[in-house]
Design a binder for this molecule. Structure first.
Ligand SMILES: *[C@@H]1O[C@H](CO)[C@@H](O)[C@H](O)[C@H]1NC(C)=O
Ligand SMILES: *[C@@H]1O[C@H](CO)[C@@H](O)[C@H](O)[C@H]1NC(C)=O
Ligand SMILES: *[C@@H]1O[C@H](CO)[C@@H](O)[C@H](O)[C@H]1NC(C)=O
Ligand SMILES: *[C@@H]1O[C@H](CO)[C@@H](O)[C@H](O)[C@H]1NC(C)=O
Length: 467
C-alpha cells in the first residue's frame, strides 16, 4: 500500500515536472539596436523564460563597461489549439558613449550571454556623410530585400535603417512566432545598426502591443514608439503614426495628442540654431498623403485623411503643417511599390524649376517605398500616371539615402528583382531650408478661410483623385 502510493507520487511528479516540462529559454535572441538620446544606444532582446537581470557588457577594445535595464512581458495567444505564449523583452540603454566610435557588446545575464556584436556611434562631426537604407512592408514570408540588406550591412554600407511600418505580417500571428522569426531574420542587420521604426496597419492588433513592446525607440516613454524624433548627421528625423487616424477605436484623442506633439517638435526644430545644425527635416510614417496606385487606399483619395485631416472638419491634416514648417522630405510606405513625386502641395507641383525640379523645391518631396517584400506581394498602379508622379516601379527593393551636407541629399532606389540595379536616383538640393510660406508661393495660398472652403479642392466629398 505504502509502496504503491510512493510509486503513484513518483510517477505523478515525473510526468508533471519532468516528463512534460518545457525547456528553459534564458538565451538572448532577436537582438536589435536603436538610437536613444544623444550619445546613447538602446539594446533590445527577448527570452522566453523570465530572467531577473537584463545586462549589456560593452566597450571599445574589451567589454569593460556594464549597463543594466529591465524587461517587460509580452503575451501572445493562438486560437487553436488554444495556448498562451509568454516572453520577455529586455531593454538596456547605453549612455555616455563616445561619438564616432566602434563598440563591441553582448547582452544577457548570468543565465546566458549572446554572441558578440558591434556598433558604431554617430560622429559629432558636421561633415559626417550619413548613409541610410529605408523601406516599409517587409514580412517574414517573401522578404525579398532581406538577404541583400544583410549582406550590405556587414559590408558597412549603412549607418542606420529606417523601417517605415508593417513588419512580419503579423508579429502577433502564431502566438507571436511570426514576429519572433521576423526579429531573428533582421538580427544580422539590427544587431549592428540602429533599426528605426514607425507603426503600420499590420501592427494594429491589440492596440499595437507587439510593436510597442518589441521595439524601443527614443523619446518620451509614454509615446511607446508611436511618435518620436531624433537627429542624425545634418537631419532632424520625425517618425509618427498615421495609424491613429484609422484605428480610432484605440482612442480618437491620440490624433490630437500626436498632432500637438508634431507642432511642438517642428517648432523646436525650426529654432534658428537647431535648423542651422540640422537643416534637413525628414519625416517617416506609414500611409502616404499621395499615391497613384489603383487600390482605393487613403492616398488615392483627393482628400486623404493624412493630408487633409479628419472628414468634414479638416482638422489634424498634416500637409499644411509640413508646408508651414518647411519639411524637406517625407518617406512613406504602405503601398507595395516605389513612387517618387515632384515637389507637391495642394496636389499642385512646386518644382524648383522646370529643368531642375529638385533644386530648391518650393514644397516637400514625397517618396513612397513599400516594396521591400512581403506575402501580400505588390500593389498595382493606376494605369494613368499622375502628372506629379515622377517615377514609379513595382520591383521589389529599397531606398538608399545619403545625406552629404546641409544642401545635398542623394536618393536612389535599388531593385532587388534586377540584381541590385539602381532604377531611380535624384539629388535633392536646397540652398535654403525653412517654411515654404516665406517665399513667393505666399500669393498662391488661399487668402482666407472662406475662400479656402469655397475651393473645389476642399469640397467635402472624398472622391478618387483624378490625374
Ligand atoms: C491604446 O494605447 C495607448 C497607449 O499607447 C493608450 O493611451 C490608450 O488608452 C489605449 N487604448 C485603448 C482603447 O486601450
Ligand atoms: C515639374 O518638373 C517636371 C520634370 O521636369 C515636369 O514634367 C513637370 O511638368 C513640372 N511641373 C511644373 C508644374 O512645372
Ligand atoms: C485603364 O483604366 C481604365 C479605367 O479604369 C480602363 O477603362 C482601361 O481599360 C484601363 N486600360 C488598361 C490598358 O488597363
Ligand atoms: C555638399 O555635397 C555635395 C555632394 O558631395 C557637393 O557637391 C557640395 O559641394 C557640398 N556642399 C557643401 C556646402 O559642402
Amino acid at each position: 500500500m505504502y509502496f504503491s502510493l510512493l510509486l503513484f507520487v513518483t510517477i505523478f511528479f515525473s510526468k508533471t515536472c519532468f516528463g512534460k516540462s518545457k525547456p528553459v529559454h534564458y538565451q538572448p535572441e532577436q537582438i536589435h539596436l536603436s538610437f536613444g538620446g544623444p550619445n546613447q544606444m538602446i539594446v533590445t532582446w527577448n527570452t522566453y523564460s523570465p530572467v531577473k537581470e537584463s545586462i549589456v557588457e560593452y566597450g571599445i577594445d574589451q567589454m569593460n563597461f556594464q549597463a543594466s535595464g529591465s524587461s517587460r512581458i509580452l503575451v501572445n495567444s493562438k486560437e487553436s489549439p488554444p495556448f498562451i505564449a509568454i516572453q520577455y523583452v529586455h531593454k538596456v540603454v547605453l549612455s555616455g558613449l563616445k561619438p564616432g566610435t566602434k563598440y563591441i557588446y553582448h547582452c544577457g545575464s548570468r543565465w546566458g550571454w549572446s554572441s558578440i556584436f558591434t556598433f558604431t556611434t554617430m560622429p559629432d562631426d558636421i561633415n559626417w556623410v550619413t548613409r541610410i537604407a529605408l523601406f516599409g512592408d517587409m514580412g517574414n514570408i517573401n522578404a525579398q530585400s532581406l538577404s541583400r540588406l544583410q549582406k550590405e550591412t556587414v559590408k558597412g554600407m549603412y549607418d542606420a535603417i529606417f523601417h517605415v511600418g508593417d513588419f512580419a505580417y503579423d508579429m502577433q500571428d502564431n502566438g507571436g512566432q511570426t514576429g519572433d522569426e521576423f526579429m531573428r531574420q533582421i538580427q544580422p542587420i539590427a544587431a549592428y545598426l540602429p533599426y528605426m521604426t514607425c507603426p503600420g496597419n499590420h501592427e494594429a492588433f491589440g492596440n499595437f502591443t507587439n510593436y510597442k513592446l518589441r521595439f524601443n525607440m527614443p523619446g518620451d516613454v509614454n509615446s511607446m514608439n508611436m511618435f518620436y524624433s531624433f537627429n542624425i548627421g545634418r537631419a532632424h528625423v520625425i517618425s509618427f503614426s498615421t495609424e491613429y487616424y484609422f484605428f480610432i477605436e484605440y482612442g480618437f484623442w491620440q490624433i490630437k495628442n500626436q498632432y500637438d506633439w508634431l507642432i511642438k517638435d517642428l517648432e523646436e526644430a525650426n529654432k534658428p540654431a537647431n535648423r542651422a545644425r540640422y537643416p534637413w527635416i525628414i519625416t517617416m510614417a506609414h500611409r502616404p498623403m499621395y499615391c497613384s496606385n489603383n487600390d482605393k487606399d487613403d492616398c488615392t483619395k483627393s482628400e486623404s485623411l493624412i493630408r487633409i485631416g479628419i472628414p468634414w472638419f479638416h482638422k489634424f491634416g498634416l500637409e499644411d503643417l509640413f508646408y508651414k514648417y518647411g519639411v524637406d522630405l517625407c518617406f512613406w510606405a504602405h503601398e507595395h511599390s516605389y513612387e517618387r513625386l515632384f515637389p507637391i502641395y495642394n496636389r499642385k507641383m512646386y518644382n524648383g524649376s522646370q529643368e531642375k525640379p529638385y533644386t530648391n523645391p518650393k514644397a516637400p518631396v514625397h517618396i513612397t517605398t513599400g516594396s521591400a517584400g512581403c506575402q501580400e506581394r505588390h500593389d498595382a498602379f493606376h494605369n494613368k500616371t499622375a502628372a506629379w508622379s515622377a517615377f514609379r516601379s513595382l520591383d521589389y527593393g529599397y531606398t538608399k539615402m545619403t545625406i552629404y551636407n546641409e544642401s545635398h541629399i542623394y536618393i536612389r532606389q535599388l531593385s532587388d528583382d534586377q540584381g541590385g540595379k539602381i532604377i531611380d536616383k535624384i539629388w535633392l538640393i536646397k540652398e535654403y531650408h525653412g517654411s515654404y510660406e516665406d517665399n513667393t508661393l505666399k500669393f498662391q495660398r488661399f487668402n482666407n478661410e472662406k475662400e479656402r472652403l469655397k475651393s473645389p479642392f476642399f469640397n467635402f466629398q472624398n472622391s478618387q483623385m483624378e490625374f
